[in-house]
Design a protein around this ligand. Structure first.
Ligand code: DX5
Ligand code: ZN
Length: 214
């Protein structure tokens, strides 16, 4: 069963209440929040207060993607703002295993993300501790970019490793997802589709979500 997680990054922030309702009524499962700090990636987006405000309009699961330096300093704050799943970047940390435990200790599902230039094998030793792996299929920082095909092999390789070791972390794919690329990543084993611009630019988001799921 595919989980669809529209990324709020592509929403109209001046009408956040309606945008959250649009996600709910489309039949999507989660809301994906792209937190950027202007250092790990060039743009600054929003922080925990914005997430708390948006979540006050919905009971959908908050999936927080931290594209920030020193993410561990903020786990608790984001958890208090309503995050049920928190994903930090492999490239922004050294003590990955420790940070995964920190997330578990505060009752949050733990995810790690890799940018397109990071080889997926680097996270293999961590897989048994993780609830989610987020494979970025664009260079992080901006919505509306083109899907990078060379990342497909990483999804396939994660899926093989998951089957070989009988693990049950979820594979999430983020960046350039549309109906065509969704099919490609699902074929390789993706469970969660993060979708920003293609969701919010669609005239019929409900139909789009149904198609992503089937
Ligand atoms: C990019 C973000 C993505 C982004 C996806 O750095 O992590 O979640 O919002 O947007 P689209 O679907 O437009 O590529
Ligand atoms: Zn994201």
């Amino acid at each position: 069963m595919t989980i669809v997680a529209p990324s709020i990054l592509a929403a109209d922030f001046s009408r956040i209440h309606e945008e959250v309702r649009k996600i709910e009524s489309s039949g999507a499962d989660w809301i994906h929040y792209d937190v950027m700090d202007g250092t790990f990636v060039p743009p600054i987006t929003f922080g925990h207060q914005f997430i708390a405000a948006a979540q006050s309009h919905t009971s959908l699961t908050a999936d927080v993607h931290l594209m920030i330096e020193e993410p561990w300093k903020h786990f608790e704050t984001y958890s208090k703002s309503g995050a049920k799943w928190i994903t930090f970047h492999y490239e922004a940390a050294v003590h990955h295993h420790r940070h995964i435990q920190e997330l578990k200790n505060i009752g949050v599902k733990a995810g790690i993300s890799i940018v397109p230039s990071t080889p997926v094998e680097l996270i293999f030793p961590l897989l048994s501790f993780l609830d989610l792996v987020l494979v970025m299929t664009v260079n992080p920082g901006y919505g509306g970019q083109k899907f990078l095909d060379f990342c497909l092999d990483k999804i396939a390789s994660l899926n093989r490793e998951r089957q070989r070791r009988h693990l049950n972390f979820l594979i999430s794919v983020d960046g350039g997802i549309n109906l065509e690329t969704a099919m490609q990543v699902k074929e390789q084993g993706a469970d969660i589709l993060v979708t920003g611009s293609s969701f919010f630019m669609n005239d019929d988001p409900g139909d789009y979500v149904t198609r992503l799921k089937t």
